[in-house]
Design a binder for this molecule. Structure first.
Ligand code: 2RA
Length: 353
């Protein structure tokens, strides 16, 4: 007994983290869990909560009897298959970009807008992009108290946001530059990578990532903006329910394997203080506040990777901008940024079935 959960994309980077999360839960509401993937991965065996499950190939029938189907697959696969799952009676919780901005699809971060799962005319609920997600628990909590008006952010995004190929590339580049004394002369890193058979032309990143930062994530959109920067703007507006929120984002890839960080500059309608912001962060169960400048204590990706909560630190009141806070957030982009939030939406649905 209990609802049936399907996990589509069970063998991918995020799917694997979803299984870890399910295995790590003290209890789960599900009567049955089904693992689904492309035909290439079908037949693979994976242990979930002590039971060996065989991965099934994606097909309409796998959704029969399913209550909640989590999808972590490329946009085109979600676009095709989430509606099929919904037609067969499941609620699809989708981690692709295919439905995020569809007005008939709620975009949910449980700490901010859990109730929106109830209104889902297409039978689909979308999970936000990991960059937006990494700051939503913090911004949602502040918005409830101070009313958010303007948001300026710079991201420091980990390689794993680009999937396994991007992780492999960062490891290969790091190994190639190790001990080479590069960085004295402009171009050294590129030359070392070329000599190691790692030309940038074959990289998922448009510049070297080892010993470098790359102000680019996603694809080119109008007027020089990237898709990632527009996602931060559009998704923040939708999740927070502020359609005219002023947002400007610069998305940057850094040589970190996992955990996205953001420097946030947020302006509110009401007066803010660091002391009150600290209280708000400390009261939010999914936030860990690490903010002791005298002891040089603040979150970094190295401290946060593998963790579920969002970490917040460096909270300051902007000196020259009224009602404005500056702070730094770190969130594991594969956990809260992807697998965990998707799973939390599925659990939220399970309580309402
Ligand atoms: C990235 N946000 O970090 C993307 C992944 N969805 O590349």
């Amino acid at each position: 007994s209990g609802p049936v959960l399907a996990l589509v994309g069970a063998t991918g980077a995020v799917g694997t983290v979803m299984i870890d999360i399910i295995n790590g839960r003290e209890s789960v509401p599900w009567g049955e869990i089904r693992l689904v993937a492309s035909p290439r991965s079908a037949g693979k065996k994976i242990v979930v909560r002590g039971e060996e499950l065989t991965v099934r190939a994606l097909a309409p029938e796998v959704f029969d009897g399913v209550d909640v189907a989590m999808f972590d697959v490329p946009d085109a696969v979600s676009a095709q298959w989430a509606p099929i799952a919904a037609e067969r009676g499941a609620v699809a919780v989708d981690n692709s970009a295919a439905f995020r901005m569809d007005p008939e699809v709620p975009l949910v971060v449980p700490e901010v807008n859990a109730d929106e799962v109830a209104e889902r005319p297409k039978g689909i609920i979308a999970n936000p992009n990991c960059t937006t997600l990494s700051m939503m628990a913090a911004l949602g909590a502040l918005h409830r108290e101070f009313e958010l008006r303007e948001l300026v952010v710079a991201s420091y995004q980990a390689a794993s946001g680009g999937g396994q190929e991007a992780i492999d590339r960062l490891h290969a580049e790091t190994a190639a530059v190790a001990g080479k004394g590069v960085g004295v002369r402009a171009g050294d890193v590129r030359e070392v990578l070329e000599a190691a058979g790692l030309p940038v032309s074959e990289s998922p990143f448009p510049a070297p990532l080892a010993l470098n930062v790359v102000p680019w994530a996603g694809s080119l959109k109008d007027d020089g903006w990237t898709s990632e920067e527009l996602k931060v703007r559009n998704e923040s507006r939708k999740i927070l329910g502020i359609p005219d929120l002023k947002v400007s984002a610069t998305c940057v890839r850094v040589p970190v394997v996992t955990t996205h960080s953001l420097a946030v500059h947020a302006t509110f309608a009401r007066e803010v203080t660091v002391a009150r912001a600290h209280e708000i962060f400390a009261a939010q169960p999914t936030i860990v506040l690490v903010d002791d400048p005298e002891q040089k204590r603040f979150p970094t990706p190295a401290d946060v990777v593998g963790e579920d909560p969002t970490y917040v630190g460096r909270v300051r009141q902007a000196l020259d901008f009224p009602n404005t806070l500056d702070f730094f957030v770190c969130g594991d982009n594969l956990r809260k940024g992807a697998a965990l939030n998707t799973y939390e939406i599925a659990e939220e649905l399970a309580t309402r079935l």
